[in-house]
Design a protein around this ligand. Structure first.
Ligand code: SF4
Length: 272
């Protein structure tokens, strides 16, 4: 299986790694080279094709055209429901999560209801989402923390969200961006990992490093929409195996090595 196709668990620490600073001459006009500089990925890895702000703009424009009014694919009616749905979505499809959560929230309507459970009691309800033992502990643990430390109201800052069991940067970014409309970071899930690498927006495979690269080149006001657009693109077109390149609206901008159809040069290093 090509590297990057396996769903990845985000770091629980949520902390950015230290930035290596390497002073090499880089063109000022290149946002992607700037990102490469911040991550220490300079020299032969900083390919001219990455140093193209116009290309990045074309990708962003293309995503807007393909996925206008995009939103989170996880069904939810509150910040707490979105926390639960996002925890359940780890290594599980959004479709499956959306099948489970309506009944779950009918059975346990409030965060206090979840906090009163033992994790074992929740397991049968979420079993079909996979990894249900760990997810039960995370959901119940998060509920208890929200009730005990935040007055039963989901907190609105990255630092506070990261104190909830089972919540790492991916979940926190989903909640902050989708519910609270705060662009605090880029959601890096399996789709964003795969497609960002195919589109040569990053060469990293660690979610925190990918997020750092994307935050350096994508305008902040677009972080949440960009994340959702890429996730939708990954679900519909740029799937992990056998991407539907002939139907892809970004095809002319993509040089991925595993394209199934191409009108442009292929870059061997543009791998998922
Ligand atoms: S051209 Fe193919 S590999 Fe590239 S983004 Fe589109 S579907 Fe994905």
């Amino acid at each position: 299986m090509p590297r990057g196709n396996m769903p990845r668990q985000p770091s629980r620490s949520g902390r950015q790694e230290g930035v290596r600073r390497k002073k090499l001459p880089l063109p000022k006009a290149s946002p992607i080279r700037t990102a490469a500089k911040k991550t220490g990925q300079v020299g032969k890895n900083a390919r001219p094709t990455l140093a193209d702000s116009e290309r990045l703009q074309q990708i962003l424009t293309g995503l807007d055209r393909l996925y206008p009014d995009v939103t989170c694919a996880l069904t939810h009616r509150s910040a707490w429901e979105l926390v639960v749905a996002t925890i359940l979505s780890a290594q599980c499809t959004d479709v499956r999560v959306n099948m489970v959560t309506p009944g779950l929230f009918e059975k346990y309507p409030t965060v206090q209801d979840f906090a009163a459970l033992e994790p074992e009691q929740l397991e049968p309800d979420i079993r079909s989402t996979g990894f249900f033992r760990n997810k039960s502990k995370s959901v119940v643990g998060a509920a208890r923390r929200v009730v005990s430390d935040f007055g039963a109201i989901v907190p609105q800052t990255m630092d506070e969200l990261l104190t909830l069991p089972g919540v790492a940067r991916k979940t926190a970014n989903v909640v902050l961006g989708t519910w609270f409309k705060k662009n605090d970071g880029v959601v890096v899930d399996t789709h964003v990992t795969r497609i960002s690498r195919r589109l040569e927006l990053t060469k990293q495979d660690d979610p925190q490093k990918i997020e750092r690269d994307l935050m350096a080149i994508v305008p902040r006001e677009r972080w949440t929409d960009f994340s959702h657009q890429i996730i939708w693109h990954g679900r519909r077109v740029c799937v992990a195996r056998g991407p539907k390149c002939a139907d892809c609206g970004l095809e002319k901008l993509c040089h991925a090595a595993d394209k199934t159809w191409s009108t442009v040069e292929i870059h061997k290093s543009a791998k998922p």
